[in-house]
Design a protein around this ligand. Structure first.
Ligand SMILES: Cc1cc2nc3c(=O)[nH]c(=O)nc-3n(C[C@H](O)[C@H](O)[C@H](O)COP(=O)(O)O)c2cc1C
Length: 348
């Protein structure tokens, strides 16, 4: 099985978490401890990807992953659509004493250059979400000995990834924190749980031969055992690592995560794509249809998130979090990984 090639001590991928939480320190310590650390590189420029990968390589000799968002190929919004979306944000301009910036496309990063930077960095794993990677990139990655891992939220998406020639598939259930990996940017959320998605994929003749990685709502040893016993080759965990010392999570975001119950909801209001986050003022108030497509909405609302951090406030931040319960770990990722796997036999 292709994941075995990585020689991981633990069948765990510490999730790529773009936008701050994934730091080179978190990636390196996760890999050094025996899991697969990931760089969430979706919002990074090619040069930033190089810098992050160099930093990780300085701190670990072990395998690590770099993760990108496949562009959705939606048309950039028109100036009129941008004007309407900005009007929706006017009240926040006054509340936060900041000006809504003028935004202009193209909003997507240059994906081809990002991919080149990933391939140049030669991580052990190139992971991605939001669709399929062009086959020539998969071939290039394979030629360099890089394993390719896609993300699916339905059996149909997993089958497409399989035909796309990926080496493993992250099955992201509806419990997952952060963006949903749904291929079609406009589609409703299929809302399939991690466990059901895993079981449905394992019933499929083609998919049961590919390493399947369960992601979403996995918070402790029992959850890990349940997924591995059901047939997952590994698990991918994000939320559980958000408050580790090495994570780049901001202070107000950490506070929101530290509350006993994390009341989450699926929303498009921050970025234009469906994502799961803790309910806060902005998420509750923005009940509007005037949301730009991804990633334009993400660019438009960035000033709110920045101002929120500057004001040490949780109110306007995208507080990505899964549905998983329990107090989150605030020590080092190394101790968390060791603790999670104390009682879990290594069977990947
Ligand atoms: C803050 C945050 C950021 C995330 N960013 C990414 C990302 O950049 N790329 C990606 O493939 N998945 C991303 N995810 C989703 C994770 O890969 C994974 O599916 C999810 O964390 C699993 O659910 P859990 O949070 O309940 O563990 C993110 C999740 C969180 C919580």
């Amino acid at each position: 099985m292709s994941l075995t090639r990585l020689g991981l001590r633990y069948p765990l991928i510490v999730a790529p978490m773009a936008g701050g939480p994934s730091t080179p320190k978190l990636t390196a310590i996760s890999s050094n401890t025996g899991a697969l650390g990931s760089i969430g590189a979706a919002y990074l420029t090619p040069n930033q990807i190089k810098i992050a990968a160099d930093e990780v390589k300085k701190n670990t000799q072990k395998p690590f992953a770099i993760n990108l968002f496949v562009p959705s190929n939606t048309k950039d919004p028109t100036p009129n659509q941008i004007h309407i979306a900005k009007e929706e944000l006017k009240p926040y301009e006054q509340q936060l004493h900041v000006k809504i910036p003028d935004i202009q496309g193209p909003f997507d990063h240059d994906f081809d250059q990002q991919v080149e930077a990933v391939l140049d960095a030669r991580p052990s794993v190139f992971s991605f979400c939001f669709g399929l990677l062009p086959k020539e990139y998969i071939k290039k990655a394979h030629d360099e000995g890089i394993l390719v891992v896609g993300t699916a939220t339905t059996v149909d998406e997993a089958i497409l990834l399989c035909k796309n020639n990926v080496d493993a598939i992250v099955l992201q259930g509806v419990e997952a924190g952060g963006h949903r990996g749904i291929f079609d940017v406009q589609a409703e959320d299929p809302q399939i749980s991690t466990f059901n998605l895993l079981n449905d994929c394992l019933k499929n003749k083609m998919l049961c031969k590919v390493p399947l990685i369960a992601a979403g709502g996995i918070m402790n040893s029992n959850h890990i055992k349940k997924m591995l016993n059901a047939g997952a080759s590994a698990v991918q965990m994000g939320t559980a690592f958000l408050t580790c010392t090495e994570a780049g999570t901001s202070a107000p975001y950490r506070r929101a995560l530290s509350k006993e119950s994390r009341d989450t909801e699926l929303t498009r209001v921050f970025s234009g794509r469906i994502a799961r986050g803790i309910k806060n003022k902005f998420l509750n108030e923005m009940k509007t249809k005037n949301i730009l497509s991804f990633p334009a909405q993400n660019t438009l609302t960035r000033f709110l998130r920045n101002a929120s951090v500057q004001n040490d406030s949780e109110d306007y931040l995208s507080l990505w979090s899964g549905t998983g319960e329990g107090t989150l770990w605030t020590g080092s990722a190394e101790d968390l990984i060791k603790d999670l796997f104390d009682n879990v036999p290594n069977k990947h």
